[in-house]
Design a protein around this ligand. Structure first.
Ligand code: MCA
Ligand code: AMP
Length: 507
């Protein structure tokens, strides 16, 4: 079997696949547009042969046709984030070394200089979908398909390479376990440069011949209105989105009844990418009658654990391994922990990624005897797994996005007023964790070093402006505090857990 999603699409040609900003598109429309895109990308060659193609395309039909087109030409797709500033886009492009770039009209300007500086062809969607007759290559399932960039403990984001077989395994396992049907319609509000939006929400719908309706940007009232229409059967989001939906419902005196009634008609609502607080799960159930299905996953492995579609969806828990996923909780020596004892989650199976792009050593360090080491801690409690934490303090999950404290520190250290800086994730009702930074001011800095002082606020704004120019918006610290000295242990290492207390009064 070659590209599973394309093969399945052939069986659903007349069905509605996408509803997005470009209007509705059937599977046949997607197949035609992606075949043309593939043909145009190929030009005179017969196979892109694993070369990377990076693309910046908003959610909708064009996005899917571009992704499929790259695949059908034998290329490796590198989705870029529409919210990223030039520095982040350039960093990923330089790392991925694509042979060309693709952008839609709305995002073309973001890539013009980057393409010109590197002498990279920049294709426009409207040119790629122009009809062309070409023979497309056979793309075997063991070939690399996708590279999604994810933050890690080592600072700079790295490219997670998955093959077509691994993508099919990731998409197929949740599609099956969550009972996707061809008459389902998902309301999609997530970004497409990550596995949650791309495989879990979009791919699992398309592999089942279902319809994916995009609603971008996320707008709580618009989501409620779509629930109220009775046309939506599946919804997936991160906890921050559910929190925002609750707040919007509570603030709206007029539509509560209609919105709640509509939400009750959905078949399935899923939460993931970060811990779902129990109070939120309960509030959501009270408002909508929907018991959220919480699952656990990671860019490198797709989804690994899930509460059941039928059966008890346990609050505060992420359920059991999905079909095809081998999962264990192990101690520091790699020995399996007894139920009730926490340890690191390790995973094996056909959905586990192939490698970090151009990072052989890092790839080797995250595997032990064929098992992928997730860095997440869990415990098996009465047959259900519960996530209890993360090994690294330098990984922060904010609104479902994983960010590296080290990457943010590296950028902020470049500011002339900063002598040293430490970034931490602090518990937050909206974001799960919010990014916070403690700063030692450089000698000669004019800041009065008093937490909460006016000068501190001024410096905070300067640092945020500095960060905003270079980092994705969700990496910009929400709070900045000036300190005389960062708390360090005897080895000189900043004690981040101690530092978190500094930010608690900002909640
Ligand atoms: C936006 N901002 C954020 C975030 N999103 N800050 C911190 N964390 C965030 N996640 C910034 C904005 O740039 C803005 O900054 C300010 O916060 C307020 O933005 P707002 O308009 O309220 O936010 P939004 O644009 O509505 O976005 C909120 C969101 C979004 C819809 C929750 O963050 C989102 O789509 N999150 C989902 C991420 C996701 O799909 N993760 C999956 C990764 P300023 O005020 O400075 O302008 S894959 C994964 O985790 C694995 C595989 C798994 O298990 O799923
Ligand atoms: P990412 O690297 O963006 O793929 O994020 C993966 C990480 O998100 C995992 O390693 C976990 O730390 C976290 N995560 C995903 N789902 C859950 C969940 N249901 N509960 C707690 N953490 C989660």
């Amino acid at each position: 079997m070659a590209i599973e999603l394309i093969v399945r699409a052939e069986n659903n040609r007349e069905r509605l696949a996408i509803v997005g900003p470009e209007g509705p598109a059937t599977y046949a429309n997607l197949l035609t547009a992606s075949a043309h895109t593939a043909g145009r990308l190929l030009g005179d060659v017969c196979d892109l042969d694993g070369n990377r193609v990076a693309y910046l395309v908003g959610p909708g039909t064009d996005h899917v046709a571009t992704l499929w087109g790259i695949w059908r030409a034998g290329g490796v797709a590198v989705p870029l984030a529409v919210s990223h500033p030039a520095r982040e886009l350039a960093m990923i492009i330089d790392d991925a070394e694509p042979i060309c770039l693709i952008a839609d009209a709305a995002h073309e300007a973001q890539l013009l200089d980057i393409a010109a500086d590197r002498d990279l062809p920049l294709h426009k969607i409207k040119d790629l979908v122009r009809p062309v007759v070409s023979t497309l290559p056979e793309v075997e399932e063991q070939r690399a398909a996708l590279m999604v960039y994810t933050s890690g403990t080592t600072g700079r984001p790295k490219g997670v390479v998955t093959t077509h077989a691994q993508v099919a395994a990731q998409v197929g396992s949740v599609s099956g376990a969550w009972g996707w049907r061809a008459d389902d319609r998902i309301l999609h509000v997530l970004p497409l440069h990550h596995v949650h939006g791309l495989h879990v929400a979009l791919g699992s719908a398309l592999i089942a011949g279902a319809c994916c309706e995009f609603l971008v940007p996320f707008d709580a009232a618009a989501v409620w209105d779509r629930f109220a229409s009775g046309e939506i059967s599946v919804f997936m989001a991160v906890p921050t989105v559910y929190r925002r939906l609750v707040w919007a419902w509570e603030a709206n005196g007029t539509h509560q009844e209609e919105w709640s009634r509509g939400a009750r008609t959905l078949r399935l609502m899923v939460s993931g990418s970060a811990a779902l607080p129990v109070d939120l799960l309960e509030r959501w159930e009270a408002i909508t009658g929907q018991r959220l299905l919480e699952r656990y996953g990671m860019t490198e492995i797709g989804m690994a654990l899930s509460n059941p579609l039928d059966g008890e969806r346990r609050a505060g828990s992420v359920g059991q391994p999905l079909p095809g996923v081998e999962l264990c909780v192990v101690d520091a020596d790699g020995a399996e922990c007894d139920p009730g004892t926490s340890g690191e989650i390790v995973v094996r199976g056909p959905q586990v990624f192939a490698e970090y792009w151009h990072r052989e050593e890092e790839t080797a360090t995250v595997f032990r005897d064929g098992w992928f080491l997730t860095g997440d801690e869990a415990v098996l409690d009465d047959g259900y797994y519960r996530i209890v934490g993360r090994r690294s303090v330098d990984i922060i999950k904010t609104g479902g996005y994983k960010v590296s404290a080290l990457e943010i520190e590296e950028v902020l250290r470049g500011h002339p007023k900063v002598s040293d800086i430490a970034v931490v994730g602090v518990d937050d009702a909206d974001w799960g964790e919010r990014v916070c930074a403690a700063v030692e001011v450089a000698a000669g800095g004019t800041v009065r070093q008093q937490p909460g002082s006016v000068d501190e606020a001024g410096l905070a704004e300067q640092l945020r402006t500095w960060a905003r120019a270079q980092l994705a918006p969700y990496k910009v610290p929400k709070q900045v505090r000036v300190v005389d000295e960062l708390p360090r242990n005897a080895m000189g290492k900043v004690m981040k857990p101690t530092l978190r207390a500094l930010f608690h009064d900002g909640e």
